[in-house]
Design a protein around this ligand. Structure first.
Ligand code: NAD
Ligand code: UDX
Length: 480
């Protein structure tokens, strides 16, 4: 019986291993983590992450061939295949701070694997890592290996949050990179056999290590670049009277371009895009390719511009000040169907509004108050470094209230910012909301989820990203 152990029971490790356990009943899968709280949650009825379909998969396998444990060393020692799915945040200090990936967690996992292993193992990079990381990991493992053979594979994960289970069950592709030696090829075959339980073999791509590592960074950069492209267009649409939804539709009809990932928004968020592009930029710079680095850096710059543009639009529309005004924030998670708030554009928008002394009333169906308060108190890049958490300044805390209902959030508010595309925001009773708001009542739709014309008929002044401007907004000062 093949035994798999996954180090890191997070958004990737948990769901990925649950699906492997579901599809490979003869394989024993242990997911281990240093966080006692996270493992306890995985073993409870309240899983640590919200992901449609995850509960069912975990319930089917847990205690049979799927185990969650803090006994990291024993499970690693017993395993034939060790996946490493720990966090790889952006460095906050030292060389490459603000760009390079911080491999502290990865390195400590690799050293632990070397220390506790008593038999040959395949070690799989599941985390997103800089290209050539496998070489460094190989050095750590072989240096301490006591004659044990380690084969390193790169098997990056392409799941998106909110659709993780569907993405894992029906992946566009599975990518496995390994050494071009007989031992390397044998290791690739072993991992391929695991995925072949449910993924058609022609969709399992096998490459060398560096191609696999780089493909992951490239895929995220391409996806984010599409969003920054359409968001850049959204600014031009607002300036010219074009409608970004119509432009996206027309552009996406070209089969060479395709329709997906062309939704204009307040900006992309999530734990991956910014981190991985910054990592790519750093790698380009280190390889003497400043023009390539600058090209990708621009994707982040446009994303920051889009978030700033949104805040400026809110403030300028509301007579150039939001000081003391109540702004309802509908949606805080970085996208719908997840409670994850990592790098959500809501953080920058809320901080921008707080900077202008607004009072925020925040409602999100999944993100917890505790998490929201922490996010608003953190410095950039600290979100994935739990030990660096900074306390929030008391004056800011007073300006932020989290409520558990959109109607409560919008009561007596001067304006509403929709920052996540939760389905429920489409069907709210906007008549009732309008009646309970201060006038003039503003809606700033950062996700283009509401029917702006309907809301205008109720009496709202509506701003929708990349759409022809409300006559009211046209008269307001230009937004930089
Ligand atoms: P996460 O923070 O949710 O989970 C990482 C877990 O690793 C944490 O629970 C942490 O306690 C644990 N950990 C850290 N060091 C450890 C150690 N030495 N031993 C045991 N456990 C340890 O992160 P995530 O979102 O699951 O991402 C993991 C990796 O996968 C990252 O490299 C990320 O870039 C990549 N990735 C993430 C996504 C996504 O959608 N979240 C998608 C694809 C790839
Ligand atoms: C992304 C990649 O899609 C996935 O393949 C990778 O493994 C991890 O990173 P994720 O961040 O979970 O997944 O979600 P994704 O659906 O890519 O959305 C990222 C951000 O882009 C969200 O804030 C989303 O709202 C935004 N987005 C997405 C847009 O603004 N417009 C779009 O058209 C699509």
């Amino acid at each position: 019986m093949v035994k798999i152990c996954c180090i890191g029971a997070g958004y990737v490790g948990g769901p990925t291993m649950a699906v492997i356990a579901l599809k490979c009943p003869e394989i024993e899968v242990a997911v281990v983590d240093i966080s006692v709280a996270r493992i306890s949650a995985w073993n409870s009825d309240q899983l640590p992450i919200y992901e449609p379909g995850l509960d069912g998969v975990v319930k089917q396998c847990r205690g049979k061939n799927l185990f969650f444990s803090t006994d990291v060393e024993n499970h690693v020692s017993d395993a034939d295949i060790v996946f490493v799915s720990v966090n790889t945040p952006t460095k906050t200090q030292g060389l490459g701070a603000g760009k390079a990936a911080d491999l502290t967690y990865w390195e400590s996992a690799a050293r632990m694997i070397a220390d506790v292993s008593k038999s040959d193992k395949i070690v799989v990079e599941k985390s997103t890592v800089p290209v050539k990381t496998a070489e460094a990991i190989e050095k750590i493992l072989t240096h301490n290996s006591k004659g044990i053979n380690f084969q390193i594979l790169s098997n990056p994960e392409f799941l998106a949050e909110g659709t993780a289970i569907q993405d894992l069950l029906h992946p566009d592709r599975v990518l496995i990179g390994g050494r071009e030696t007989p031992e390397g090829q044998k290791a690739i075959q072993t991992l391929r056999d695991v995925y072949a339980h449910w993924v058609p073999v022609e969709q399992i791509i096998c490459t060398n290590l560096w191609s696999a590592e780089l493909s992951k960074l490239a895929a995220n950069a391409f996806l984010a670049q599409r969003i920054s492209s359409v968001n850049a267009m959204s600014a031009l649409c607002e300036a010219t009277g074009a409608d970004v939804t119509q432009v996206s539709h027309a552009v996406g009809k070209d089969t060479r371009i395709g329709p997906k990932f062309l939704n204009a928004s307040v900006g992309f968020g999530g734990s991956c895009f910014q981190k991985d592009i910054l990592n790519l930029v750093y790698i380009c710079e280190c390889n003497g390719l400043p023009e390539v680095a600058n090209y990708w850096k621009q994707v982040i710059k446009v994303n920051d511009y889009q978030k700033n543009r949104f805040v400026n639009r809110v403030v300028s529309s509301m007579f150039n000040t939001v000081s003391g005004k109540k702004i309802a924030i509908l949606g805080f998670a970085f996208k719908k169907d997840t409670g994850d708030t990592r790098e959500t554009p809501a953080i920058d928008v809320c901080k921008g509004l707080l900077g202008d002394k607004a009072h925020l009333s925040i409602y999100d169906p999944q993100a917890s108050e505790d998490q929201i308060q922490r996010d608003l108190s953190m410095k950039k890049f600290d979100w994935d470094h739990p030990i660096h958490l900074q306390p929030m300044s008391p004056s800011s805390i007073k300006q932020v209230r989290c409520v558990w209902d959109a109607y409560e959030a919008t009561k007596d508010a001067h304006g509403i910012c929709i920052l996540t595309e939760w389905d429920e925001f489409k069907t709210l009773d906007y008549h009732k909301i309008y009646d309970n708001m201060q006038k003039p009542a503003f809606v700033f739709d950062g996700r283009n989820v509401v029917d702006a014309d309907k809301l205008r008929k109720i009496g709202f002044i509506v701003y929708s990203i990349g759409k022809p401007l409300d006559p009211w907004l046209k008269d307001m000062p230009a937004v930089a």
